[in-house]
Write a protein that binds this ligand. Structure first.
Ligand SMILES: *[C@@H]1O[C@H](CO)[C@@H](O)[C@H](O)[C@H]1NC(C)=O
Ligand SMILES: *[C@@H]1O[C@H](CO)[C@@H](O)[C@H](O)[C@H]1NC(C)=O
Ligand SMILES: *[C@@H]1O[C@H](CO)[C@@H](O)[C@H](O)[C@H]1NC(C)=O
Ligand SMILES: *[C@@H]1O[C@H](CO)[C@@H](O)[C@H](O)[C@H]1NC(C)=O
Ligand SMILES: *[C@@H]1O[C@H](CO)[C@@H](O)[C@H](O)[C@H]1NC(C)=O
Ligand SMILES: *[C@@H]1O[C@H](CO)[C@@H](O)[C@H](O)[C@H]1NC(C)=O
Ligand SMILES: *[C@@H]1O[C@H](CO)[C@@H](O)[C@H](O)[C@H]1NC(C)=O
Ligand SMILES: *[C@@H]1O[C@H](CO)[C@@H](O)[C@H](O)[C@H]1NC(C)=O
Ligand SMILES: *[C@@H]1O[C@H](CO)[C@@H](O)[C@H](O)[C@H]1NC(C)=O
Ligand SMILES: *[C@@H]1O[C@H](CO)[C@@H](O)[C@H](O)[C@H]1NC(C)=O
Ligand SMILES: *[C@@H]1O[C@H](CO)[C@@H](O)[C@H](O)[C@H]1NC(C)=O
Ligand SMILES: *[C@@H]1O[C@H](CO)[C@@H](O)[C@H](O)[C@H]1NC(C)=O
Length: 430
């Protein structure tokens, strides 16, 4: 069932509470957590995360309290705080920001603030002793790709104060993010690194309400998108504006942007059998997809998370496996279209099918344009074009949205929608 009604009420509550954040924050005492032990429920917060791996048990937060199916402002803001209390060698937590140009998806940018060792997330450099890594991937329309990272000496993550909803500074790296909007609807990522020769700013202005793995449930809402994988998609779609200079070359564009964070209490490679994720804008729709198989899962369950907003209103935010299908498409004579995928399977795109309830079925072709990151075997990230059509459902089908009073739309000729996307595949099994 599409959970549109629930999310609309959540948004209204957020808008309502946003006005009171300044007063609320002013009434609380700032708290400074002891470095290696973070209280996940304090607001406002200041976390200093040390750069060395800690030799202690770590705890991850995988749910939040949501009485009456709403998010309090306090809970909303806490989603951008660290979600693990200790960065030991087998856990990870990171903040991810990206944007892709709507004029040419070849222009794109990703900035990730990691708190992880390579033992926990093997796509980081094994030679790096700092667990605090600021990573940048940029692609230019002519096909040139730039990727580099820089370790930090300490990370400071602050949030929930009257002037700062969320900020992170990876000290000595020149990378930071900040959100000053009380509802986290705007972020600025600032990069000023002589060492990396990258300078400039990247801003996100949200166009759609947040997305949690299964939407919001009454009582307790899960943040666990699949076993041991935490996920909070605070900005499913934004207007991204990039203005950077990278080794003397300007990278300037505008297009769909995105912010999420993910975390786990065990190494990535102990969890993942296959992983497809992506986001983009397609006509009036903002899309986020996730489809996943867990490693050594005797039940062979598929985990999905589907998010669709239309003109900035969420119409699907769900982990119901019958609402989304993601399948690779391969070139003839290759294993690119094999599902589930194995190491080295390189698709040329993906086929997506979103069930929008009364709005019909949204069928999407995603085509892999530029390879932005990855090793071509275990992990790949692309940007590219999307096309899609809405196949209207037969009239008279009841669902949550229809029950809320919305009339079924009239049946019409499917029109071709177009847009751009950023997406990825992990296929770590031989
Ligand atoms: C999942 O969605 C399908 C199709 O809308 C619906 O029939 C089914 O009841 C939903 N399952 C759950 C657990 O909500
Ligand atoms: C926590 O880390 C900060 C920054 O590195 C440091 O100044 C402070 O002394 C540390 N506090 C404790 C209690 O270790
Ligand atoms: C980690 O802590 C345990 C128990 O205190 C100790 O036995 C072990 O040697 C420590 N490991 C490292 C790498 O410091
Ligand atoms: C790190 O934390 C995880 C999750 O609690 C735990 O499984 C692991 O044993 C911890 N590692 C160390 C070295 O304590
Ligand atoms: C890691 O260090 C080794 C030895 O110094 C070097 O050969 C290797 O290229 C380095 N790997 C990376 C990814 O930097
Ligand atoms: C927020 O306000 C505090 C206290 O008034 C001040 O110390 C701090 O510099 C401000 N932070 C930003 C980012 O403006
Ligand atoms: C967040 O707050 C801003 C400013 O108050 C408002 O314009 C915007 O609609 C809000 N966004 C969301 C997603 O609630
Ligand atoms: C592509 O564009 C970038 C940025 O302008 C430039 O640095 C690079 O040299 C170009 N590459 C090629 C192959 O033309
Ligand atoms: C998790 O992290 C990946 C890799 O950085 C990121 O691209 C993606 O947005 C995140 N997705 C989920 C579902 O956790
Ligand atoms: C596991 O599930 C996927 C998705 O439903 C299916 O394509 C695949 O064949 C299944 N694999 C096994 C071994 O059952
Ligand atoms: C994306 O679509 C645009 C407009 O149709 C087209 O000009 C461009 O070549 C496409 N890019 C890629 C990488 O397919
Ligand atoms: C997607 O690709 C398939 C196979 O090439 C094609 O039949 C279909 O028309 C395409 N759909 C859209 C919406 O582009």
């Amino acid at each position: 069932m599409v959970s549109c009604g629930l999310n609309l009420s959540a948004i209204l509550i957020l808008l309502f509470f946003a006005r009171f954040v300044e007063q609320a924050a002013a009434l609380r005492q700032p708290s400074v957590a002891i470095n290696a032990s973070i209280d996940l429920d304090l607001l406002p917060w200041t976390y200093h995360i040390p750069n060395r791996v800690q030799n202690r048990t770590s705890h991850a937060r995988f749910d939040i309290q949501t009485p009456s199916r709403t998010l309090s402002l306090e809970t909303l803001l806490s989603l951008d705080a660290p979600q693990i209390d200790v960065v030991n060698a087998s856990v990870f937590d990171w903040w991810y920001f990206d944007a892709v140009s709507d004029a040419d998806p070849g222009d794109s940018l990703v900035v990730t603030f990691f708190t992880s060792s390579a033992a926990a997330f093997p796509f980081l450099s094994a030679n790096e002793s700092s667990v605090l890594i600021a990573y940048l991937w940029a692609s230019f329309a002519n096909g040139t790709v730039f990727a580099d990272f820089i370790p930090a000496t300490v990370a400071t993550v602050v949030g929930g104060t009257s002037n700062v909803s969320s900020t992170g500074q990876w000290a000595s790296s020149g990378f930071s993010w900040a959100s000053r909007q009380s509802n986290l609807s705007q972020y600025a990522i600032t990069i000023n690194s002589k060492e990396m020769q990258v300078d400039g700013r990247f801003t996100l202005t949200s166009r759609a309400p947040l997305h949690l793995p299964c939407g919001i449930q009454e009582g307790t809402t899960t943040l666990e998108i699949a076993p041991h994988i935490g996920w909070a998609n605070l900005v499913p779609e934004a207007t991204g504006m990039v203005d950077l200079t990278i080794h003397g070359s300007p990278l300037r564009f505008q297009g769909p942007g995105y912010h999420d964070k993910n975390w786990s209490d065990r190494p990535f490679m102990e969890s993942v059998r296959s992983w497809y994720w992506g986001h983009g804008r397609l006509g009036p729709y903002s899309l986020v997809w996730f489809s996943y198989l867990a490693l050594n899962d005797p039940t062979n369950a598929t985990y999905v998370s589907s998010y669709v907003a239309k003109d900035g209103q969420a119409i699907v935010s769900s982990c119901n496996t019958s609402l989304l299908e993601v399948r690779p498409v391969g070139r003839v004579g290759t294993t690119g279209g094999r599902y589930p995928p194995h190491v080295g399977d390189v698709p040329e795109g993906f086929r997506l099918q979103f069930d929008l309830g009364t709005e019909g079925l949204l069928k999407v072709n995603v085509s892999a344009g530029t390879v932005v990151a990855g090793d071509g075997e275990y992990y790949m990230r692309w940007t590219g074009n999307m096309t899609g059509t809405i196949m209207k459902s037969e009239s008279g089908q009841q669902d949550a949205c229809a029950a809320g009073g919305t009339k079924a739309p009239p049946v019409s000729q499917p029109s071709l929608l177009a847009g751009v996307a950023a997406f990825e595949q992990f296929a770590p099994v031989e």
